[in-house]
Design a binder for this molecule. Structure first.
Ligand code: NAP
Ligand code: ZN
Length: 350
């Protein structure tokens, strides 16, 4: 077994503490990645604090993982020692059901081994995520990263990047379209960069007036403060597509009213409480409301390659792991510019 140091929470109201556990010995198709950086996704916070009511403890969160391949199993062909590899939100699936063979492994019909707060394919062995020194993963569930530097800025692509790229692509966002991104956090700022790179006219809908300048630098053409009802009313019926990344409960009807004929809104944010939708919010203008969950392995690799080609990375604040509680509090207060990323070298001193 591979002794591994991580940071874990042991209960919904507990603080993080150092946690020693073991990764499995490498199988023939496994690689061992020495983790360099791991992003802090708001989903980590929802789960560490049991806001989705499905938490398993002890929990080592983290699913925006970038690191260096240290060892390879005997049949590994995609990676060599020294390569840079990424791991996102899941580490295995059945590989045979229709969703897996179609490249939508995140919707495996048998079992998805999520990167943490879940179990391996035996549905027993707990999985531990990226707030740790190393991870062992089947090469088919690791992503290739060609960049050699700015790796901290690449880590958030493994969740925030794919979660925004996938619906923007599925709804054919592009030139000539008005696109709204609701919430300028980790997902939102990636959504702005990617939608702008696709040629759309991008508006950020935000509760934070202080983010306007940043929004424009990230590629947004317009910035709207959502707390002001007149701002919203003036825009009714004028958007083609809206991506809602908000992590806390909020009124979806207001955003639906912004969609024009055949417009669509996709929810990626996952507040803990359900939302009420008025039928007329959807009936008017033939609107569509949809959802989207991360992306499969082929699309995640496509997104990484797309971002490399378009020079898109995440804007990050790098922290040592000892500052994790502060980073969580600041993220909850919408005070992150725009993703916290843990420098895993700090683990040695833990
Ligand atoms: P984040 O960095 O905390 O960003 C969320 C943003 O939402 C904030 O920056 C803030 O933007 C806005 N916001 C926060 N509270 C709000 C409120 N009460 N009313 C209105 N706006 C509010 O979080 P994230 O990491 O981007 O994640 C966002 C959500 O997506 C989380 O729920 C997460 O679990 C979920 N998620 C889903 C998937 C998926 O596959 N579907 C993947 C990853 C994450 P402003 O300051 O601009 O208002
Ligand atoms: Zn995430």
């Amino acid at each position: 077994m591979k002794p591994t140091r991580g940071y874990a929470v042991h209960a919904a109201d507990a603080k993080f503490e150092p946690f020693d556990f073991e990764r499995r010995e490498l199988g023939a198709r496994d690689i061992l990645i020495e983790i360099m950086y791991c992003g802090i996704c708001h989903s980590d916070i929802h789960q560490a604090r049991n806001e989705w009511q499905n938490s398993i403890y002890p929990m080592v969160p983290g699913h925006e993982i970038v690191g260096r391949v240290k060892e390879t199993g005997s049949e590994v062909s995609k990676f060599r020692e020294g390569d840079i590899a990424g791991v996102g939100c899941f580490v295995d699936s059945c590989r045979t059901c229709r969703n897996c063979t179609d490249g939508h492994e995140q919707f495996c019909r048998k079992h998805v081994a999520v990167t943490y707060n879940g179990t391996e394919m035996d549905e027993k062995t707990p999985t531990f995520g990226g707030y740790s020194s190393q991870i062992v993963v089947d090469e088919d569930y690791a992503l290739k990263i060609t960049a050699k530097d700015k790796l901290a800025n690449i880590a958030p692509l493994l969740c925030a990047g794919i979660t925004t790229y996938s619906p923007l692509k599925r709804f054919n966002v592009g030139a000539g379209q008005k696109v709204g991104i609701v919430g300028l956090g980790g997902l939102g700022h990636m959504g702005v960069k990617i939608a702008a790179s696709m040629g759309a006219d991008v508006t950020v809908f935000s509760t934070s007036p202080s983010k306007e300048q940043d929004a424009r630098k990230l590629g947004a053409h317009n910035f709207v403060i959502t707390k002001n009802p007149e701002n919203m009313a003036a825009l009714a019926g004028t958007y083609d597509f809206i991506l809602d990344t908000v992590s806390a409960p909020h009124d979806l009807n207001i955003y639906l009213s912004l969609l024009g004929v055949n417009g669509a809104m996709v929810l990626v944010g996952a507040p803990e409480k359900p939302s009420e939708i008025h039928a007329f919010s959807l009936i008017g203008n033939n609107r569509t409301l949809s959802g989207s969950m991360i992306g499969g392995i082929p699309e995640t690799q496509e997104m990484l390659d797309y971002c490399a080609e378009h020079n898109i990375t995440s804007d990050v604040e790098i922290i040592p792991i000892q500052k994790i509680e502060e980073a969580y509090e600041r993220t909850i207060k919408s005070d992150v510019r725009y993703r916290f990323v843990i420098d895993m070298q700090s683990l040695d001193k833990a």
